[in-house]
Ligand binder design. Structure first.
Ligand SMILES: [Zn+2]
Length: 436
């Protein structure tokens, strides 16, 4: 079977950032955007420019800096939103305006207070206006899975006519199930005659089905998946990027699709997001959780020692989880140290790494084997990262022990400067609950 290319659309910086406790400032968004670039995502949805000055500045900065992926910005189906999105995006190498408008009767009646006819007209006008500014326009009928199918198709046909090249089908409230969603995508695929129009999915995880629904949609003809790192997003979150990427890779025998994702960058991306938001990854989270590759039962350990394939469907290294057997000591070079820092979600330039390295050598002289939690403390002391949570695979007990013991004994020479407080957080971003 021929392998079809799936476009990976990351919305960690937009939908993900809308989740409680996950707001990020401009510098943090830029740092994560660089990691998304290394991860190989095709589209980065950088924000919702009309939502706040901070969101606008973040989209503008990412559009100016990150050149390989398409940079998308969200806009409601009205001129001020679309103009603002374009203002933020226009410096991008590959800009995309993402317009959305709710189409379900419940949203039309109670939220927007418009008729179906008005909705159809507004969607068409908005896409036509966006297209006059930007060649790449995506349209999302919000709450698509609860929209009457015939009306949904009328809206989709109208926006394609107006210039939309991607039709994103959001399961905004996380209500659909895989067979039902696949049938909806098939029906849309048959109705939209234009082969060049890409069908996309955007699934929420309220029933824990976001990844399953996304994969079912791909089997039914969708070729773009919207998802987030660690599955963060509104309420129960979005489809998890790492789970989708790993499923497509591990089960390539059943999924004849490929992505541009560099799976070895999945764990560093997860760690970086966790470090920025201070929201830990649940220990049993697939792919990136602390226990994802831990084997405790005796019979499992015995099997693993004889042959890892007995209980392991993928290696930790294939998704970027550091090889804990590779011990860092005083004979480790800058390269090994830099690599381990990257795996833990920290990118440093040469000067910064030199500084870490000098302190690492002093520490390694004292304690022989430098564990990941030692290294994270050293990074925190040196560069003021306000990390407060153990990374997913670092044993919590070791970190707790390090916090009470090692902190005072292993770092006597490091100054205990207060952590810088972010001044760029926009409180209005956290309250801004619009989105697909
Ligand atoms: Zn969403």
């Amino acid at each position: 079977m021929e392998s079809a290319r799936i476009t990976m659309f990351d919305t960690t910086l937009r939908d993900g950032e809308q989740s409680p406790g996950c707001s990020m400032n401009v510098q943090e968004k830029l740092r994560l955007a660089h990691q998304l670039d290394r991860l190989g995502v095709d589209v980065i949805e950088a924000g919702f420019p009309i939502a706040s000055e901070g969101d606008f500045a973040a989209v503008q900065a990412i559009a100016a800096t990150i050149r390989r992926p398409t940079i998308a910005a969200l806009a409601r189906a009205c001129r001020p939103d679309i103009e603002r999105a374009w203002q933020a995006l226009k410096g991008a190498e590959k800009p995309r305006i993402h317009v959305f408008l709710a189409t379900s009767d419940i949203h039309l009646r109670y939220k927007l207070k418009i008729s179906r006819e008005e909705c159809l007209q507004q969607a068409e006008d908005a896409v036509r206006f966006a297209k006059s500014l930007c060649a790449d326009v995506e349209f999302s009928p919000e709450d698509a899975t609860r929209t009457e199918p015939e009306f949904l198709c009328q809206v989709l046909e109208a926006v394609v006519e107006a210039g939309a090249s991607t039709l994103n089908i959001p399961d905004t409230v996380g209500y659909t199930i895989p067979t039902e969603f696949a049938a909806l995508i098939s029906m849309i695929r048959q109705r939209i005659k234009n082969e060049k129009v890409m069908i996309s999915t955007h699934c929420h995880n309220d029933l824990g089905l976001a990844v399953a629904n996304s994969l079912a949609a791909v089997e039914a003809g969708a070729r773009q998946i919207e998802c987030t790192i660690n599955g963060i997003g509104e309420r129960a979150g979005n489809a998890s990027l790492e789970e989708i990427a790993a499923a497509l890779r591990v089960r390539a025998d059943r999924y004849p699709y490929h992505t541009g994702i560099v799976t070895e960058q999945l764990f560093p991306a997860s760690q970086m997001l966790s470090d920025i938001t201070k929201v830990p990854v649940q220990p049993n989270k697939a792919i990136t959780g602390r226990n994802a590759f831990a084997h405790e039962a005796g019979i499992h350990q015995d099997g693993m020692l004889k042959n890892p394939l007995t209980y392991e469907i993928m290696t930790p290294q294939s998704v970027g989880v550091p090889d804990s057997k590779l011990v860092l000591g005083k004979h480790s070079g800058r390269h090994a140290l830099g690599l381990r820092c990257e795996q833990l979600g920290h990118q440093f330039d040469r000067r910064e790494l030199d500084e870490i390295y000098r302190k690492f050598v002093v520490l390694a002289d004292k304690i022989k084997h430098v564990q990941d939690h030692h290294l994270l403390e050293l990074i925190e002391h040196t560069h003021g990262s306000s990390r407060r949570i153990p990374p997913a695979h670092v044993d919590a007990r070791a970190t707790a022990a390090a916090a009470v013991g090692a902190r005072s004994t292993n770092f006597p020479e490091l100054p205990s400067t207060p952590l810088p407080l972010s001044s760029e957080h926009q409180p209005d971003q956290e309250d801004y609950l619009w989105g697909v």
